[in-house]
Ligand binder design. Structure first.
Ligand code: HEM
Length: 436
């Protein structure tokens, strides 16, 4: 049993290529070795990268023949081993079932107006006529939305948590900390004083909130939020989630990076494609969301915030025409699937129309992953992005600070625009103003 071929570079060099410039590295490997190839990366072992939709489907539909393997080594220390993302079956599905109600259709609709309100307040703080970075502004919005959805707290009680989360996000996004990780592996990060100082206060606050809900009268009139839902949830045998479970689940929900970087990219691409921007704005102002929906799908295609998902084979399995042994790490590569010219002609072009002409395919459009581990907040995130873009486009006119496109820059937890989405906002004519 042999793995598909891959670059013969020594492991430390492959680790460097992977941590510094993973996307061009993946593209070069596919050009050289084809749709299935093996990367050998120091600290993380051998990964079989897959980009043929048939192989991706084989992994996503393999059920309990595949288990967890962590793609981003930052994830495990941050989320914690009892997070739904890192649990193995059958525990994973039980936990997923407990969490799904928080993100079902009714919950998404109930929060839609809150999302727009948070965006309106944020846009109201933007400077007019001078450059500013959009990505951190988008982080403010998505963090506020998730805080309100998960904790449902009054403004004053949110303040402490908001500040602690900001410090943690800044620490995780610092390039120096990424270098530490690349050099010494994930264990070094969790042991570092800086990490403990950033994460400790978030954990304390999250658990304090969970304890408050546990002590509260279950019949009181407070509106339900995700913390109380998790605190009062019971497995089929009647047992509740432990404190460790609660900590890991709440931190998992709060650590949302993908939505804000996708929003930053949506604006980066829209502002470099004025005809797409104008059509989006016109349709949004006319109250039609179909094109906006295609814009979001195209942004997630071209700039998927999670470029690979990884799984460990629990039993030998034939994938990409080879019998792979149990224990092999297989990695459906979202980035490469989304850039295959056979599915997406002119794959580098930002052309939302492609999703009006043909709906996205289950195994060819996979920004939220697939199978039993598909993102359980996908409808929530899509609604949030729609509400935010709609609100921004109907409140201000954005211009790019420089015409030149922004490059993809890897930060610790996402892939963000290299100038962090540098834009200038101008007021729009009163006749154009419509409340989104
Ligand atoms: C544009 C926004 C988002 C993208 C592109 C995205 C992407 C993903 C992907 C690719 C996975 C699968 C990981 C894997 O297979 O290993 C995932 C899982 C997950 N996501 Fe998201 N996500 C987004 C927003 C969110 C938000 C806002 C939340 C919650 C507040 C969230 C919560 C989760 C959870 C809990 C899982 C684990 C599901 C499971 O294992 O059953 N995501 N997400």
């Amino acid at each position: 049993m042999s793995l598909p071929p891959g670059p013969p570079l020594p492991r430390p060099l492959q680790a460097l290529a992977w941590t510094q410039r993973p996307l061009p590295y993946l593209e070069r490997c596919r050009a050289r070795y084809g749709d299935a190839f093996t990367l050998r990366i120091m600290h993380w072992g051998d990964w079989v990268i897959l980009s043929d939709p048939a192989d991706v489907k084989a992994v996503f539909t393999a059920g309990d023949a595949v288990g967890v393997a962590v793609a981003n080594p930052l994830l495990s220390p941050v989320l914690g081993p009892r997070s739904v993302m890192l649990l193995e079956e059958p525990e994973h599905l039980e936990r997923r079932k407990l969490m799904l109600p928080a993100f079902h259709g009714g919950a998404v609709q109930a929060d839609a107006e809150m999302m727009a309100e948070v965006a309106r307040r944020e846009v109201g703080r933007w400077p007019l006529g001078e450059p500013f970075e959009l990505w951190p502004r988008m982080q403010e919005i998505t963090q506020e939305v998730v805080l309100r959805a998960v904790f449902g707290l009054a403004e004053s009680r949110l303040d402490g948590l908001r500040e602690r989360l900001r410090r943690l996000t800044a620490w995780l996004n610092s390039p120096g900390n990424l270098a530490l990780l690349a050099a010494f592996g994930p264990g070094a990060m969790t042991r570092s004083r800086g990490y403990r100082k950033a994460m400790g206060p978030v954990e304390e606050e999250v658990l304090a909130e969970a304890r408050r809900r546990r002590a509260a009268d279950p019949d009181d009139d407070a509106p339900p939020d995700v913390v109380s839902m998790l605190v009062h949830a019971r497995y089929e045998d009647g047992s509740p989630l432990s404190e460790r479970d609660l900590r890991d689940e709440l931190v998992t929900l709060l650590s949302d990076g993908p939505t804000s970087s996708t929003l930053a990219w949506a604006f980066e691409r829209l502002l470099r494609n004025p005809e797409v921007l104008e059509r989006t704005r016109a349709e949004v102002l006319a109250g039609d969301d179909a094109y906006l929906d295609a814009v979001i799908k195209e942004t997630l295609r071209l700039r998927p915030p999670v470029p690979v998902v990884v799984r460990r084979l629990l039993r030998p399995r034939t994938v990409a025409g080879r019998e792979l042994p149990a224990g092999t790490t297989v990695a459906p590569c979202i980035h490469l699937v989304h850039r295959d010219p056979a599915t997406y002609p002119e794959p580098r072009r930002f052309r939302p129309e492609r999703f009006l002409e043909r709906p996205p395919g289950t195994y060819t459009w996979i920004p939220f992953g697939g199978g039993v581990r598909r993102c359980l907040a996908a409808p929530y995130a899509e609604m949030e992005m729609k509400r935010v873009i709609r609100t921004v486009l109907s409140s201000v006119r954005l211009e790019p600070f420089e015409r030149r496109a922004e490059a993809v820059r890897k930060s610790a937890i996402s892939f963000a625009p290299s100038r962090r989405g540098l834009v200038v906002a101008e007021p729009i004519a009163p006749a154009e103003v419509t409340v989104a």
